[in-house]
Write a protein that binds this ligand. Structure first.
Ligand SMILES: Nc1ncnc2c1ncn2[C@@H]1O[C@H](COP(=O)(O)OP(=O)(O)OP(=O)(O)O)[C@@H](O)[C@H]1O
Length: 248
């Protein structure tokens, strides 16, 4: 899958939230979107998953995404945000996972063996066996986030978009989430605040600052001490050591 973004602006009340974004993303890899609070990460992702109108600005495999019918679009694209509508549903985890098959279903058609098999696989991969029959309403933030990732996997998308997915997760599940994405055969576009996670797991990163795309490339090349100062206003040293995640 190739995503192309051409001259994308997003202006609200005379403020340029996104400023002439041009971007090409392709392959089956993890691409991190980084930048300070308010730099436009969520706004950019919302355009890509069509929450915000994008006519003539974003193309998937050469096709303007605003022209793709909704079912077809969400067969290709799964989205995991911080505020999911599923949070309020009084449904069991396994029922929510089956919802991941909606884009493939015609009205009133029932689930088939393949749908149930994909749910079983996702439950196994994300270690959700103990949660399977629990109501999603009563899950902790981290448990809910893992269920939402499993639902995204059940959809078998070519592109998975995740907006700060590790927020509620403890360190073990943060790492597991990123490792699950690594194994997942898709293009993953993920907004992150955690620079160490980005370096460890992203194949490529994009840096936004005040709505502008200022860097794109491999994390180890881009995340320099100058960039930390220039973009995040922190005067930190970078120590290269592949082993540690937390360092005091
Ligand atoms: N609907 C809106 N109305 C007004 N301002 C908005 C709207 N949506 C976004 N903004 C503003 O646009 C800027 C970018 O917001 P966005 O949520 O895209 O940034 P972000 O990089 O995801 O931030 P964070 O890291 O804090 O989540 C912010 O200043 C935000 O207040």
């Amino acid at each position: 899958m190739i995503i192309q973004i051409k001259n994308l602006d997003y202006i609200i009340k005379d403020k340029k939230i996104l400023n002439n974004i041009n971007l090409s993303l392709e392959g089956k890899k993890i691409i991190g979107i980084l930048g300070p609070n308010g730099s436009g990460k969520t706004s950019l992702l919302k355009h890509i998953y069509r929450e915000i109108d994008t006519e003539g600005k974003i193309f998937v495999d050469g096709v303007d995404i605003s022209t793709i019918n909704s079912r077809k679009f969400f067969q290709k694209v799964s989205v995991l945000t911080q505020f999911q509508k599923e949070m309020d549903l009084n449904l069991r985890v396994e029922e929510v996972l089956l919802m991941g098959r909606y884009p493939y279903k015609k009205f009133f058609s029932s689930y088939d063996d393949q749908d149930y098999k994909l749910v079983d696989q996702a439950i196994k991969n994300l270690k959700l066996k103990d949660l399977r029959t629990r109501s999603v309403k009563n899950l902790s933030g981290g448990e809910f986030q893992r269920v939402m990732l499993a639902k995204a996997l059940v959809s078998q998308p070519q592109l998975i978009i995740l907006d700060e997915p590790t927020n509620h997760l403890d360190i073990k599940y943060k790492v597991e989430l990123m490792e699950t994405l690594k194994k997942f055969n898709a293009l993953c576009l993920i907004s992150l605040h955690d620079l160490e996670m980005a370096v460890k797991f992203c194949d490529e990163i994009i840096i936004l600052k005040e709505g502008k795309l200022i860097h794109q490339g491999q994390p180890k090349t881009i995340l320099t001490e100058e960039l930390l100062l220039e973009t995040f206003s922190i005067n930190y040293k970078i120590l290269r050591n592949p082993e540690f995640i937390i360092y005091y």
